[in-house]
Design a protein around this ligand. Structure first.
Ligand SMILES: Cc1ncc(C[n+]2csc(CCOP(=O)(O)OP(=O)(O)O)c2C)c(N)n1
Ligand code: SF4
Ligand SMILES: [Mg+2]
Length: 318
């Protein structure tokens, strides 16, 4: 190859457009907040210049878990509640990959709860996006653990009996938590900034995204969508930067120190107004894959030798 061909090849490799990360036509309902989350991650991939062959989106089961189908990257549409252990397996085997997880409130906070708690403690370097629409969408309107008290659904026709579980306070209560943020699908610029900050954090970043499901719980977030005073924007120097236009709309703001876990827990408990921004960040928490791989030279030969040694233990020699 001539030098100029190499340069052209390099240019082609490095500069990708949004379309290079798009795949298929999303089948979500009109107005579904999953569309905004998809747009944010596609923009993130483009702006961060992620190589599609080095990027994996892992999901469980639910409307939200269809997201990997719409990414032109690697993807793993897993089984209900098991997105996190699948993603951890990917990361442990291939720490060089960018791993994203898309999980619903049923997927993560109901059937997948045990995996969620332990994934926070293992703190592997991945970006976890909780699409929290407060309902089971795919199976057509059953109450989820995050459904507010009194939610009428197919499983709770007289209204749900229990207070909702708060995914932020739960996550902030787990040992080794290293990044917790909250975003809403209806402020796309801020959603994008939060997802970007989550991606840049080294460790497990957990982003709860309040996501509209117009099909089954159309009124769930309406008061917050229409009244900017009901959103509490958290700001700090390297946090979200509101554009001048958004500054004028979202005037309810609080200076917040994301290193302060006690304040993060207090803010996480606020339901109204909805806190939006980075609640907690601690880059010093070690990642499990680093601890496991520390001092290990993993080449094809070392893996083969180690496997041979293991298999030899069970060999019945003639
Ligand atoms: C083991 C198992 N149990 C139950 C189901 C049925 N199921 C599929 S998706 C789902 C809930 C989805 O809700 P959520 O995770 O909130 O995702 P959403 O559709 O709202 O995005 C359930 C109960 C299943 N697929 N597998
Ligand atoms: S049912 Fe709800 S969550 Fe599922 S695609 Fe439609 S609007 Fe989105
Ligand atoms: Mg849901």
């Amino acid at each position: 190859m001539s030098t100029s061909t190499v340069c052209l090849h390099h240019l082609f490799e490095e500069h990708r457009a949004l379309e290079d990360y798009q795949s298929g036509v999303p089948r979500w309902c009109k107005g579904c907040g999953d569309n905004a989350i998809l747009a944010a991650v596609q923009r993130l991939c483009r702006d961060e210049g992620l190589k599609p062959e080095k990027t994996v989106f892992v999901s469980g089961i639910g409307c939200s878990s269809r997201l990997p189908h719409y990414m032109r990257t690697y993807g793993f549409h897993g089984i209900h509640g098991r997105a996190l252990p699948i993603a951890e397996g990917v990361k442990l085997a291939r720490p060089d990959l960018h791993v994203f997880v898309n999980t619903g409130d049923g997927d993560c906070c109901s059937i997948g709860t045990a995996h969620w708690i332990h994934a926070i403690r293992y703190n592997m370097n991945m970006t976890v996006l909780l699409h929290d629409n407060h309902i089971y969408g795919l199976t057509k309107k059953q109450a989820s653990p995050t459904s507010p008290l009194g939610t009428r659904s197919n499983t709770t026709p007289r209204g749900s009996y229990l207070d909702a579980l708060n995914p932020l306070t739960v996550t902030l209560g787990v040992q080794n938590v290293s990044f917790v943020a909250q975003a809403v699908d209806w402020i796309p610029e801020v959603l994008f900034q939060i997802v970007t900050a989550a991606f840049r954090h080294r460790g497990l970043s957990f982003v709860r995204i309040l996501q509209r499901c117009p099909e089954f719980v159309g009124n769930m977030f309406e008061p917050w969508v229409h009244d900017p005073q009901k959103t509490l924007m958290l700001s700090h120097d390297d946090g979200i930067q509101l554009s001048p236009a958004l500054q004028k709309i979202y005037r309810n703001q609080e200076r917040h120190d994301p290193a302060n876990i006690d304040r993060a827990r207090e803010v996480a408990s606020i339901h109204d107004p909805i806190p939006v921004g980075i609640l907690y960040r601690n880059p010093a928490v070690p990642c499990y894959e680093d601890l496991r791989h520390a001092g290990m030279l993993r080449t094809a030969d070392t893996v083969r030798l180690a496997l041979d040694a293991e298999f030899d233990k069970f060999t019945v020699w003639p």
